[in-house]
Design a protein around this ligand. Structure first.
Ligand code: ATP
Ligand code: MG
Length: 478
């Protein structure tokens, strides 16, 4: 029989042996189960250990903690029959084996005490139903009623009971199937996969918090495009994130097509991942072309255009973040800014790259300039190697220009060299719109390269512009 004896760390083994001793004392069978067992067998880092026993989980937790050390704090929820403690950096959770039945309108089951078999039956996938026996002779043996080991070896996601029943009971499992397939690079078994489409609308009974949690887990994998293709092909994406699903498709008029923006977006997303992008840069990739369907026009004799999709897309970001329950904070602002600016570096390369255009980009992108350039690089996805070469070279040129201008003008974290206070003092003003006008003249003067980014030139410029708009310089007290 398969055993995990050689796979657990000494630390984990020590915990498991003490669970076994406590369970023997109570005369109840106990098991390690679920994600812990799966990850152990896959050699993925262990986060926490889940223990199930055919009896009181709370009592087993207390007894185990007592055997491990005198001063472990056990927290428990009497209503749920669950208990947990931390020991040497490992979270250990305990629960009595459960049997579940479901009502249609909720994914929260009615729970009764059950056997280990009942408990394994209610798990979502065969690879998540594996258990390790922790009793006497059997200690360390795998309990595998659904051939989860074979599925683990062959890389297959499959439900233990019929997929329709499993997904209907708790529709979140449809998303978990896709998430695990993406995280582990597993295949979803055919009938399991087929069962999702007809039940896709059932996802609506799941809370948005749980849905976004699964989406973000997909976004954070090495190849998120896999997950999004599954979400699209099963129809789930159309229900949970219709704006993204709408990117799919190619309109055709008089032999003019355009690229499929869904698959393009996925390529950009994978590219961002390959370049080390974090969660929010990944979201910027997902949303960079989100307004293309809304702005798509066919221009006679010219082809498809998407004018303004950057600005319209940026305006969509807060709505999408709200609907998906992503945070409405500076992360949202970051994504919005990148969507708004994502065409700028590339469009610069089409004209002459003027210093003034570069300065404006530096000031607008500010601390997010590197992230923006990374997104732009990831956005080059043409199948035509000649085009890729050309765009990449142009972007390189823009980067070089940015470095030159930055070094010369020190524009990052730009603060105007002349304050509003000084303007008011110089012209004897109280706060009024003229102060803003002068400030703007100075800013524009610097960005256009009429004056340098330094105090003296800006001061002279302020006097000149002030006089031009009819202000007078008041004598300053020494
Ligand atoms: P991860 O921790 O990476 O999210 P996991 O499989 O460990 O993955 P948890 O949410 O920690 O997921 O759940 C632990 C175990 O509980 C799972 O392995 C599975 O056996 C069971 N489980 C969790 N959620 C469900 C669910 N919605 N339906 C059925 N079983 C579930
Ligand atoms: Mg887990």
């Amino acid at each position: 029989m398969f055993s995990i004896k050689d796979k657990v760390s000494t630390e984990e083994r020590y915990i498991l042996e003490n669970v076994a001793a406590a369970a023997a004392d109570m005369h109840v069978p106990a098991f390690a189960i679920g994600g812990y067992v799966r990850d152990l067998l896959l050699g993925r880092p262990c986060k926490d250990i889940d223990i199930v026993c055919e009896g009181s989980g709370i009592e087993l937790a207390k007894k185990t903690a007592g055997l491990l050390s005198a001063n472990i704090h056990v927290s428990y929820f009497k209503n749920f029959g669950t208990a947990m403690f931390h020991y040497n950096g490992i979270d250990v959770e305990f629960v009595g084996a459960r049997k579940e039945s479901y009502r249609r309108e909720s994914r929260k089951p009615i729970v009764e005490d059950g056997t280990i078999e009942d408990d394994q039956n209610r798990r979502d996938f065969t690879i998540n139903a594996l258990a390790i026996a922790l009793s006497g002779e059997d200690f360390g043996n795998i309990v595998d009623p659904f051939n989860g080991l074979a599925d683990l070896e062959n890389g297959i996601i499959r439900t233990p009971l019929t997929p329709t029943e499993t997904f209907d009971d708790d529709p979140l499992r449809m998303m978990r199937a896709i998430r695990f397939a993406t995280q582990l690079n597993f295949k979803i078994e055919h009938t399991t996969y087929k069962a999702i489409e007809p039940l896709k609308e059932r996802i609506k009974i799941v809370s948005q918090e749980r849905i976004i949690d699964e989406i973000n887990k997909i976004v954070m994998t090495e190849k998120p495009s896999l997950g999004f293709k599954h979400l699209f092909n099963t129809g789930l994406l159309q229900v949970i994130f219709p704006e993204m699903a709408r990117l799919q498709g190619v309109a055709q008029v008089e032999n003019y097509g355009h690229k499929d923006n869904f698959y393009h977006t996925l390529k950009v997303l994978d590219n961002v991942v390959d370049r080390g992008g974090d969660l929010w840069l990944r979201w910027a990739a997902i949303l960079h072309d989100i307004a293309k369907p809304n702005t798509q026009r066919f221009e006679e004799g010219h082809g498809w255009t998407f004018h303004g999709h950057d600005a319209v897309g940026a305006r969509m970001v807060p709505k999408i973040f709200t609907a998906l329950k992503l945070p409405l904070n500076e992360k949202m602002k970051f994504v919005q800014k990148l969507v708004a600016l994502h065409l700028r570096p590339i469009s610069l390369t089409k004209e002459n790259i003027t210093d003034s255009a570069i300065r404006r980009l530096i000031v607008e992108a500010d601390e997010d300039l590197e992230a923006l350039l990374l997104l732009c690089e990831a956005d080059i996805t043409s199948k035509n190697p000649e085009k890729v070469r050309k765009y990449t070279k142009n972007l390189q040129l823009v980067k070089q220009k940015i470095e030159e201008v930055e070094e010369r003008d020190r524009l990052r974290n730009w603060q105007p060299p002349i304050s509003g206070e000084l303007i008011m003092q110089t012209f004897g003003l109280t706060p009024c719109k003229e102060v803003g006008i002068i400030k703007n003249f100075i800013r524009e003067g610097i960005l256009d390269g009429d004056i340098r980014n330094e105090y003296h030139e800006a001061y002279e410029f302020m006097i000149q512009k002030g006089l031009e708009i009819g202000l007078t310089v008041v004598p300053q007290n020494a």
